[in-house]
Design a protein around this ligand. Sequence first.
Ligand code: NAD
Length: 277
Amino acid sequence: MTEIPAKPVLLTGASGALGRQLARKLGAAGWTLVLTDIVPFPDPVPAGSRFVRADLNDGPTVLRLAEGCGMILHFGGVSTEQPFEAILGPNIRGLFHIYEAARREKARVLFASSNHSIGFHERETKLDDDCQFMPDGYYGLSKAYGELMGRMYWFKHGVENVNVRIGSSFPEPAEARMLATWLSYDDLVRLCVRATLAPKVGSCVIWGASNNSRTFWGHDSREALDWLPEDSADGHAGRVGNITSGDPVIERYQGGGYTAIDYSRAEAPPAPLFGKK
Ligand SMILES: NC(=O)c1ccc[n+]([C@@H]2O[C@H](COP(=O)([O-])OP(=O)(O)OC[C@H]3O[C@@H](n4cnc5c(N)ncnc54)[C@H](O)[C@@H]3O)[C@@H](O)[C@H]2O)c1
């Protein structure tokens, strides 16, 4: 990792699993980071960076945090399926505050979206970035809304944004589905670097997965970013390839376990009425 952005970079969700990876690796590369989270930052703050504890619900504070920043890596918010009321503040109102800050600073946004925005597509359906949203819960719905917010701010205000539909970003794949969805931490960091440094990104979608041969996903805007994943889940197939849930709902859909949370249909739904095959 080499080039350093001209302006500081705001990283939300800095105390979370992915935020901590990004803070450590981008900080070590010499980036000037403004780190923020609602809980304390558990690691040493990298030299030249600072941490400010804040709630994404607090609009004026988010505006202040973004002052002078050219990029917002937005990883903060509720990151699992939760009741609607728990998601509303951090993921919907909080994202609005992020986009208002980006608009004022003429900053670019990377939004940590999720495969759960499209989770009710069947696993056999190979998706391109123009597929329909098929959220698999309130969390996935908030990610679909977040992507649409980015689209609106691009067309109306020229705020550039990269919407990364992250699959499963963990140290290693833990079950068979992750042989398709796994995104290594290093590929994630490289993606954030390219999303920050690429000359032009417009408003685009990236499938956040490593170079996995079992992938569910096809075309996206990675060429514009000059990003290609370098890692792969393939080498973990022997270890995790037979770890499945045994639940027909979970195994049918791309969103896996989230599709079955609070699932109340008595009969399986018919094949989708839309979506590319
Ligand atoms: N890890 C994955 O595989 C994965 C997959 C898809 C999407 N994502 C997305 O990536 C982002 C980071 O994921 P993660 O795995 O690091 O999750 P995480 O839960 O570890 O981190 C999220 C952080 O957001 C903070 N946060 C929550 N509410 C907040 C609020 N109101 N104000 C300020 N900060 C708040 C939390 O304290 C936490 O530190 C999330 O947006 C998540 O939805 C992650």
